[in-house]
Design a protein around this ligand. Structure first.
Ligand code: SAM
Length: 285
């Protein structure tokens, strides 16, 4: 099937439909065939897979996905793109396009309706809502086998960062609590139309079958938020300052000693396991 993702074809389609790129929807379309093909390889999609794509745009990645997957379900917020997608994907009988905001889609309900147990997710994500989309998928425990997405390189670095590095933060801990994260490759601005101002990266998140057991993930994430909300303070002071889970400073200090944490340690030095241990003891008190 003829691909629409060359710079010339993309321009032709956009002009034909009088389409205007909307910055507020993060519309930077891919115009590089190698990058598109490499995203599909990184997703390890097979002909047995249901693939959910977030934000198909004019269908550049969707075409590649349709050629590898059993079925593709593409969710696009911009209604002006629907007639374009109906044309560019007309040659494929394994695609369904849904005109909706991804944050309002019940992913597990969708997978069930399509008669599958799980799906793989692939996307060149709209950068303005990368974190809410990823967190929604992880926290709601969507039945997703793998998530392979293009994001800003800086965000990919944060997702993969380890303790004590400058990029390590709440997003790193949240992503790595639920998933194994691996950056596949870096993509320069020249591969997009229009060009973004930053480098991008394709990252694969593979949900862990057995995440670290934590009695209350909610408490752990409250501690994590507090740890990175006040990076310059010691973790003990940060927890105490937010109300300390109704514990005195001495009680908090005792807990730190019990889990083997220096009283002066900052949140950015803790591994996920250490956040989990601390959280489990705090909720017991
Ligand atoms: N997949 C296309 C490509 O690679 O050329 C387009 C990627 S573009 C970076 C992001 C796409 O996501 C746009 O088509 C945009 O309209 C769509 N989008 C933005 N916000 C969305 C949302 N909340 N739900 C679904 N799609 C969204």
């Amino acid at each position: 099937m003829d691909k629409i993702s060359t710079p010339i074809k993309t321009k032709e389609i956009i002009e034909k439909y009088g389409f205007y790129f909307k910055k507020n929807f993060g519309q930077n379309f891919l115009i590089d065939q190698n990058v598109l093909s490499n995203i599909v390889s990184a997703s390890k999609i097979t002909s047995d897979d249901l693939v959910i794509e977030i934000g198909p745009g004019i269908g550049s990645l969707t075409q590649f996905l349709c050629e590898s997957a059993k079925k593709v379900c593409a969710i696009e917020i911009d209604k002006n793109l629907i007639p374009i997608l109906n044309e560019t994907l007309a040659g494929y009988n394994n695609v369904e396009i849904i005109n909706q905001d991804i944050l309002k889609v019940d992913i597990n309900g969708l997978i069930n309706r399509l008669g599958e147990k799980t799906a793989k997710l692939a996307a060149n994500l709209p950068y303005y809502i990368t974190t809410p989309i990823i967190m929604e998928l992880l926290e709601k425990r969507a039945n997703i086998e793998s998530i392979t997405v293009m994001v800003q390189k800086e965000v990919a670095d944060r997702m993969q960062a380890k303790p004590n590095s400058k990029d390590y933060g709440a997003l790193s801990v949240a992503v790595q609590y639920y998933c194994d994260a691996e950056i596949n490759f870096i993509v320069p601005p020249s591969c997009f139309m229009p060009r973004p101002n930053v480098d991008s990266a394709v990252i694969t998140l593979t949900p862990k079958k057995n995440p670290i057991p934590v009695k209350s993930p909610e408490t752990m994430f409250k501690i994590i938020k507090c740890a990175f909300g006040q990076r310059r303070k010691t973790l003990l002071n940060s927890i105490f300052n937010i109300g300390g889970f109704n514990l005195s400073k001495d009680q908090l200090a005792e807990i730190f000693t019990a889990v083997g944490l220096d009283h002066k340690i900052r949140g950015e030095a803790l591994s996920i396991e250490q956040f989990a241990n601390l959280s489990d003891i705090i909720i017991k008190k």
